[in-house]
Design a protein around this ligand. Structure first.
Ligand code: FES
Ligand code: FES
Length: 164
């Protein structure tokens, strides 16, 4: 694809790029914008480690061409942090040590944020279905991840960070 000028928002800031429209969003985030919190795993839309929010919806950024982001609002894990501190969902995942290698976790936190922003009291089955559909954790941290979601649901009230 030829280069095209594309404008979108990342973590509340306007971004202009001149790149081929089929460039995967994850490459722009990591290489052009130095937002390394978005992980590149399989690169094939299978593992969910690259998940970010696009207009509040979780998307796999390895499988999201840049042309589809034009005019949209992207939120990455960096956009959930508060000043130099983790955001509230991140802090709960840290407190629960809900990771082993941690590679999958940033993407999972993005999906959990979107879930709780839209559906503040999901059942365990709804949470599992939401995460199963999008994420792989090869380390077996699922029990701690689910415990973190329960705590976030019970302690945080309405979760923000996933713009409408
Ligand atoms: S790196 Fe995007 S889904 Fe695996
Ligand atoms: S903590 Fe290692 S893949 Fe999930």
């Amino acid at each position: 694809m030829p280069e095209q000028r594309l404008t979108f928002e990342v973590n509340g800031k306007s971004v202009d790029v001149n790149l081929p429209g089929d460039t995967p969003l994850v490459h722009v985030l990591r290489h052009d914008l130095a937002l390394k919190g978005t992980r590149l795993g399989c690169g094939e839309g299978q593992c969910g480690s690259c998940t970010v929010l696009l207009d509040g919806n979780p998307v796999q950024s390895c499988d999201t061409p840049l042309w589809s982001v034009e005019g949209g609002r992207v939120t990455t894990i960096e956009g959930l942090a508060e000043a130099d501190a983790p955001g509230p969902v991140q802090q709960i995942f840290l407190d629960e040590q809900a990771a082993q290698c941690g590679y999958c976790i940033n993407g999972i936190i993005m999906s959990v944020t979107a879930l709780l922003a839209r559906h503040p009291r999901p059942t365990r089955a709804e949470t599992v279905a939401h995460l199963d559909e999008r994420h792989l954790c090869r380390c077996g941290a699922q029990a701690r991840i689910l415990r973190s979601v329960d705590r976030a649901m019970n302690e945080l009230g309405p979760v923000t960070g996933a713009p409408e």
